[in-house]
Ligand binder design. Structure first.
Ligand code: C2E
Ligand code: CA
Ligand code: CA
Ligand code: CA
Length: 278
């Protein structure tokens, strides 16, 4: 038994070493990823109930030289904990604005782009100026930029966040609360935030057809949005039944595999072209 305990302990530390080593490797290769052009953006359309593309969400991908395409859930945390998210987030914003301006110039001139923000980025003292500089350099009219923030990232320091959001909103930039319903925001709390849309979390949509409870939550969020005179947006829409349910309660924009997966720029162009020919 003593031997087993000993080997169990050794196994445990080896496991920890392995994880720590993996993390260190990830961290050092992430630091180089930007300079090596390994980061790229995929775009996923947001559509109305007639499947018309209203805009797109920019979603980060990492083309790792050995590991292949890595999704954000496997590296965003490390970029946040190390602060690498600050330069990476700036690159995301700049790339998304420049690309959207290109699409505007090609004639798709009413597309908006939604960009995800981490708490860490908002906390930077030059956050607002960074956003303003990037949008001005890109030439994209600010009203076509939607910034997505989560409840948890704005709740840490609400007064400072509200002030920063107001500065950007005065320029025409809009804000959505992402993953909405997973936090604790009450209607009265939400009213203090200068926001333009609630993005209903995917978890409620995915079970909606089997769960009366989730249906009630979705209806409540749509009603909250209406009460606040802002938009309700649904993410993770995968079936016609989900789409019809959402549309019947007045959810005015949707995103999900039913319409399209996130895709690189050239494939997003195909989606736009196909729509124009219809
Ligand atoms: P999110 O902001 O909630 O983005 C939506 C996620 O749902 C995306 O995952 C998208 O691919 C996925 N999705 C879209 N439609 C469907 C569907 O119908 N079914 C299912 N099962 N999934 C769907 P992705 O691209 O892996 O991104 C994961 C998360 O990583 C994002 O969640 C966001 O929180 C974060 N993220 C992505 N890009 C960035 C970025 O540039 N900056 C920051 N800070 N976070 C990012
Ligand atoms: Ca998002
Ligand atoms: Ca989500
Ligand atoms: Ca999210």
């Amino acid at each position: 038994a003593k031997d087993n305990g000993g080997s169990g302990y050794r196994f445990f530390t080896e496991e920890m070493n392995r994880k720590a080593l993996h993390r260190m490797k990830m961290e050092s290769s992430l630091r180089k990823a930007l300079d090596r052009n390994e980061l790229m953006l995929y775009y996923q359309p947001l559509v109305n109930e007639d499947n018309r593309i209203l805009g797109m969400e920019a979603l980060l991908r990492w083309r790792h030289p050995e590991l292949g395409l890595i999704l954000p859930d496997d590296f965003i945390r490390i970029t946040e904990e190390t602060g690498i998210i600050v330069p990476v987030g700036r690159w995301v914003l700049q790339t998304a604005c420049v690309q959207t301006k290109r699409w505007h110039d090609m004639g798709y001139s009413d597309l908006f782009v939604a960009v995800n923000l981490s708490a860490r980025q908002i906390q930077e003292s030059d956050f607002e100026q960074m956003v303003i500089d990037i949008i001005e350099e890109s030439g994209l009219p600010p009203r076509y930029l939607k910034l997505e923030v989560t409840e948890s990232s704005v709740i840490q320091n609400p007064e400072v966040c509200i002030a920063k959001m107001k500065t950007l909103r005065a320029r025409g930039i809009t804000f959505s609360i992402d993953d909405f319903g997973t936090g604790y925001s009450s209607l009265s709390y939400l009213k203090r935030f200068p926001i333009d849309a609630l993005k209903i979390d995917r978890s409620f949509i995915s079970d909606a057809m089997n769960s009366k409870g989730d249906q009630e939550i979705i209806k409540t969020i749509i009603a909250m949005a209406r009460n606040l005179k802002i938009d309700a947006v649904a993410e993770g829409v995968e079936t016609e039944a989900q789409k019809n349910f959402l549309a019947s309660y007045g959810c005015n924009s949707m995103q999900g595999f039913l319409f399209a997966h996130p895709v690189p720029v050239d494939q997003f162009m195909n989606l736009l072209n196909r729509q124009q020919q219809r």
